[in-house]
Design a protein around this ligand. Structure first.
Ligand code: GLU
Length: 453
C-alpha cells in the first residue's frame, strides 16, 4: 500500500511495479500479481523518540525509525541513515529497495532500513557519541543477529557504528553481530568500507565487457562521479586503479571538475576531511598541495557535476536519491555517456530513467542502484557469515567473493531481462532485469512460507 504523502516510496514502488508490468512475467505467471499488495507493506514499522544531551547540557529530541520490511530471505538487513531529511517515506523507499537488492546478492538477507532526522554535520564527537547511545537505547530491543542487522548509510560510518555497537553491548551484555560495518579489529570485515564503491565498478566492468564484446574496459574512460562520501571515494579509487579518469566529485554544496583526473591523494584528502564534516570547497582551499598545478580542479558552487563534467563515458551517481534529472540525463548522453550505474539508492528521477531507457537503442545502458550498489550489503552479508563462524577472511578472499557476487548479479539481471522483457534491443533493460530477478526470488520465498497463497 502506498499512501499519498509518501512520494519517494511511491517512486520506488512505481519503478518495481512498472518494470514487472512491462514484461511478460504476469502473462506467463499470473500468480505473481498477488505478491505486490503483500510485499509493498512493511512487516513492521517502528518509530521512537531519541532524546539526547548536547554539549551545552541541553536536551535535543529527534525522530528515530526502523522499517522491518521483509524477512522472507533472512533477518531484516539494511543501513541506518542520519540526515535531517529522514522521514517515513524516505525510509520506506530505502527499505523497499533493500528487499530486492539484498535478494540480488544471492545471500540470505531480508530487507530493512532505519535512521533518524538527526543532522550530524557540525556536531562534536561527544555529541555524536551521546546521540548514538540514545538512539541505540531505543533500537536495541528490536534488533538481533537473527532478527534485524542494521549497518551504515548516509551520515552513519565506522565511528557511528562503533558508538552504536558499544551502546548495544553495554545494555544487553551480549557481543554478537548485530551491526555490520564494524571496526576491523572487533568483528568487521575487510573490504566492507570499500565494498559499495568497488562493487559498482565491478558491475560496470561487466556492462562494458558485454556491450563491447570484450573489446573495451575502464582503461582511458572518463568517469563522472557525484558524491564524496564512502561510495564515491572507493568507486573513484577503483576506477583510477583500472585506468579510468575520474572527472568529477561533489557534495551538497557544489561539485569539483577535474580535466586530468582526480588523483588518489585527492581522494584521501577528501576522505580525511569529510569525517570532520568539511565541504569540498573548504578541502580544496586547505589541501593546496594536493589540488594545484596539473592536479587543480574547478569548483562549481551549488551545482551537480552532470552538465559540467565535459566529455563523459560513464556516470556513477553516488550521492543520494533523485540526483539526476531528465535534463541532466540528456546532457550526459549528449556528452557521450554510454554507461550509467547508480552507487546511490534511486539516484535517478523516474524521468531521468525514462531518458536512459529510451536511449538504450542507441547503446546507452543504465543500471539501477538495487543491482549496481548491492556490493555494500553483500559484504555486510559476508561480515555476518564471518561473525557467525568467529573467523575473519583475508582481503583477497572477501574481494574475490565481492567480485563474484557483482558479476553473478550482472549475469542474473542480464539473463532475466532477456527472458522476460518485451523489447528487442540488443542491450536488454537492466532496470527490468534487476527488478524482476530480485522480485522473483523474494516472491517465491513468500509463497513457500505462506505469506502469499
Ligand atoms: N546502506 C547500504 C545500502 O544501501 C548498506 C546496507 C547494509 O550494509 O546493510 O545498501
Amino acid at each position: 500500500m502506498v499512501l499519498p504523502h509518501e512520494p519517494e516510496f511511491q517512486q520506488a514502488y512505481n519503478e518495481l511495479v512498472s518494470a514487472l508490468q512491462d514484461s511478460t512475467l504476469f502473462e506467463e505467471h499470473p500468480k505473481y500479481k498477488k505478491v505486490i499488495p503483500v510485499v509493498s507493506v512493511p512487516e513492521r514499522l517502528i518509530q521512537f523518540r531519541v532524546a539526547w544531551e548536547n554539549d551545552k547540557g541541553e536536551i535535543e529530541v529527534n525522530n528515530g525509525f526502523r522499517v522491518q520490511f521483509n524477512s522472507a530471505l533472512g533477518p531484516y538487513k539494511g543501513g541506518l541513515r542520519f540526515h535531517p531529511s529522514v522521514n517515513l517515506s524516505i525510509l520506506k523507499f530505502l527499505g523497499f529497495e533493500q528487499i530486492f537488492k539484498n535478494a540480488l546478492t544471492g545471500l540470505s538477507m531480508g530487507g530493512g532500513k532505519g535512521g533518524c532526522d538527526f543532522n550530524p554535520k557540525g556536531r562534536t564527537d561527544a555529541e555524536i557519541r551521546r546521540f548514538c547511545v540514545a538512539f541505540m537505547r531505543q533500537l536495541a530491543r528490536y534488533i538481533g543477529q537473527d532478527t534485524d542487522v542494521p549497518a551504515g548509510d548516509i551520515g552513519v560510518g565506522g565511528r557511528e557504528i562503533g558508538f552504536l555497537f558499544g551502546a548495544y553491548k553495554q545494555m544487553q551484555n551480549n557481543w554478537s553481530g548485530i551491526l555490520t560495518g564494524k571496526g576491523l579489529s572487533w568483528g568487521g570485515s575487510l573490504i566492507r568500507p570499500e565494498a559499495t564503491g568497488y562493487g559498482v565498478v565491478y558491475y560496470v566492468e561487466k556492462m562494458i565487457e558485454k556491450a563491447t564484446n570484450g573489446k573495451e574496459t575502464f582503461k582511458g574512460k572518463r568517469v563522472a562521479i557525484s558524491g564524496s562520501g564512502n561510495v564515491a571515494q572507493y568507486a573513484a579509487l577503483k576506477v583510477i586503479e583500472l585506468g579510468g579518469i575520474v572527472v568529477s566529485l561533489s557534495d551538497s554544496k557544489g561539485a569539483i571538475i577535474s580535466k586530468n583526473g582526480i588523483t588518489p591523494e585527492q581522494v584521501e584528502a577528501i576522505a580525511d576531511a569529510k569525517i570532520k564534516f568539511k565541504s569540498l570547497e573548504e578541502i580544496i582551499g586547505e589541501s593546496v598541495s594536493a589540488f594545484s598545478g596539473s592536479n587543480s580542479v574547478e569548483y562549481k558552487a551549488g551545482a551537480r557535476p552532470w552538465v559540467h563534467a565535459g566529455a563523459v563515458d560513464i556516470a556513477l551517481p553516488s550521492a543520494t536519491q533523485n540526483e539526476v534529472s531528465a535534463e541532466e540525463a540528456k546532457a550526459l548522453i549528449a556528452a557521450g555517456c554510454k554507461f550509467i550505474a547508480e552507487g546511490s539508492n534511486m539516484g535517478s528521477t523516474a524521468e531521468a530513467i525514462d531518458v536512459f531507457e529510451e536511449s538504450r537503442s542507441k547503446n546507452v545502458w543504465y543500471a539501477p542502484g538495487k543491482a549496481a550498489n548491492c556490493g555494500g550489503v553483500a559484504v555486510s552479508g559476508l561480515e555476518m557469515a564471518q561473525n557467525s563462524q568467529r573467523v575473519s577472511w583475508t582481503r583477497e578472499e572477501v574481494d574475490q567473493k565481492l567480485k563474484d557476487i557483482m558479476y553473478t548479479c550482472f549475469d542474473n539481471c542480464y539473463e532475466t531481462a532477456k527472458k522476460y522483457s518485451k523489447d528487442t534491443t540488443e542491450l536488454p533493460s537492466l532496470l527490468k532485469g534487476a527488478n524482476i530477478a530480485g522480485f522473483l526470488k523474494v516472491a517465491d520465498a513468500m509463497f513457500d512460507q505462506g505469506d502469499v497463497f
